[in-house]
Design a binder for this molecule. Sequence first.
Ligand SMILES: [Zn+2]
Length: 390
Amino acid sequence: MTKNKYFNFILLFLTCPLLYGQTILGSENYIEYSVGTLPILISIPHGGNVVPSTIPNRTCNNPTTVTDANTIDLGIKIDSVFKARTGCRPHLVYCHLRRTKLDANRSLADGACGNPIAENAWQEFHKFIDTARFVIHQKYGNNSFYFDLHGHGNPIQRIELGYLLRASELMQNDDSLNLAKFISLSSIQNLVRNNASKLTHAQLLRGVHSFGSMLEKRSFPAVPSESNPNPGLNNGYFSGGYNTATHTCFNPMLEMNGVQVECNFQNVRNSEINRIAYAVAFVESVIEYIKIHFNLDLINCNAITDLTSLESKNIYVYPTIIKSNDILKIYNTLAPVKVTWYDVYGKVIRQDLSSNQQIILPINLANGTYYLKIEEEGLKHITQRVIILK
Ligand SMILES: [Zn+2]
């Protein structure tokens, strides 16, 4: 796709509000965006297992291809725990391609190695993150946080939090870390400038109210934190990669704070029960973190979101994969509805006005993916993705 087409891709989401709880799939289902309402954005670039033969294995620039085992399942559990604890869900972007095919935490050139199918998936992954960040910003401004979720194979079994500061930089004393030159390297530099308790950079990295200390309080060792202020020089440590640098305020174009979360295997990712326990600790830590630093109570998420009309109404269409002679039915509407069809670039293709909650097919449209904006008079509209497959 050209740059202009990506712009239109984003425009589609600007003009058609996303439906809370909706899952949006990219081409061939390689990339998945689970739409939330919390000011929390989580991406999972290295957990996928899909290995299409149309994408050759990556060989460019001596690539790392190891899978971050069980991180997709961990993301699903974190999603569920957020829903259980707050009544609302975070925004989650998953890459289902195995890292041998695509590395969504590298530049386009290194991540896709020039394969157009992998390049398209890379673009979708990052555009979904852009879309989620935009949706969050509309409602919450800068009171939001981004987590790029990974699994590491370093020997010390602890969570490694990467704020884009290297091990040698974290070995500086607190006074040094509070200097502008280190703050300017940090993925939480906006939080340093504006946090509810006026904490310093060093306190946010490894004080009692740092994210690492919050995980440790819940029995998951982490670095940096109060008890592990730096990782040491020879233990291996991931300080944050492409996504953290691109999708946080380290990028001068953006305002969202964030961190790369590298999860160890033992006690965190290695069993169903450990993943659940860690998901609970992670979610509780995030809730505490957002409350302390942004003075925002996620537990009362229904008070800080306006989901009522969307959730109670829940208009939907069926089927979403449409074959010849299907009847497209629109559910949970009473008044006449207007259905506007968009192509994947956001261009209006056609409009239908239906008084009986049905659109009779076939319609004169080519095979492909379309987005339907469904409007019921006096009510909010929803957007639904459909595929025509004649
Ligand atoms: Zn990873």
